[in-house]
Design a protein around this ligand. Structure first.
Ligand SMILES: [Zn+2]
Length: 260
């Protein structure tokens, strides 16, 4: 070990604490996208007020046909005007049925019976609905259940030109996004503690990564849930570390990756 390396090592509490800030993350150590799927009432009632009080912006992947969207469009419009992203989660949330745990998939919206044309139409119509809501033409997509294949073909290739990026970890989403060698870390939040959520952020800081949180229910309202307390602890940590962590809607982070 040379003298210079030895000094550098001693200056660091550990190798990982020497993570560099990076221009791709606005000169911070990492980026965090807080994303919330399925257009549920608690997002408007609890999550957006919690984000607003912390001065943080999230991404809400909306199902165009859901009651929490159709009955509360002015509130979603207001959230978008306040800096939150309204993302596309399709009109009817089609997923593969006939899989363990997928009993809730209605036969009419089983992705197994869709054609590529039907899926493409559905995705594009949800974009039109969202544009009518927030006036924006740029959008990101999150695929319901992460399911993307119609037969052997991914529908992402037919809709990719309508999106800045796809918020998913599937190989076709990575292919379509073309983010290169960016380190992307994922947490699908299911009853995680606040400490576990914070540990994920610390790991992203150490490895200069993009960390994407995928939330559904927060303090209830969904089978996939996390406590409001754990969510609050995460937001408090992010707020406290905002000089080192870039928290932004997924679309802003994706645009920055593509720009760089
Ligand atoms: Zn969903």
């Amino acid at each position: 070990m040379t003298k210079a390396i030895l000094i550098a090592f001693l200056l660091c509490k550990s190798f990982t604490s020497c993570a560099q800030s990076t221009s791709i993350w606005k000169n911070k150590k990492c980026a965090v996208a807080l994303t919330y799927d399925d257009a549920i009432n608690i997002h408007l009632d609890k999550v957006i007020p919690a984000l607003d009080s912390a001065g943080l912006k999230g991404t809400f992947y909306l199902i165009g046909s859901s009651d929490a969207f159709t009955k509360r469009i002015p509130e979603w419009r207001k959230a978008a005007a306040n800096g939150h992203e309204l993302g596309n989660h399709t009109l009817f949330h089609p997923c593969y049925g006939k899989r363990p745990g997928r009993e809730w998939v209605r036969p009419d919206y089983d992705l197994n019976i869709y054609t590529l044309q039907r899926m493409t139409d559905e995705v594009k119509m949800n974009n039109a609905l969202l544009e009518a809501t927030d006036g924006k033409k740029k959008r990101t997509l999150a695929c319901p259940c992460g399911d993307t294949k119609i037969g052997d073909s991914s529908y992402l290739y037919g809709v990719k030109d309508n999106f800045v990026a796809i918020r998913d970890a599937t190989p076709d989403a990575y292919d379509v996004n073309g983010f290169g060698g960016v380190n992307i870390q994922w947490v699908t939040v299911i009853n995680n503690s606040g400490d576990q959520l914070i540990a994920a952020v610390k790991k992203a800081m150490e490895s200069n990564a993009l960390l994407v949180f995928v939330f559904h229910g927060v303090g209830g309202d969904h089978a996939i849930n996390v406590s409001a307390q754990a969510h609050r602890e995460l937001l408090q940590f992010l707020k406290k570390n905002e000089s080192q962590v870039w928290v932004a809607p997924f679309i802003e982070i994706a645009e920055n990756i593509k720009r760089k």
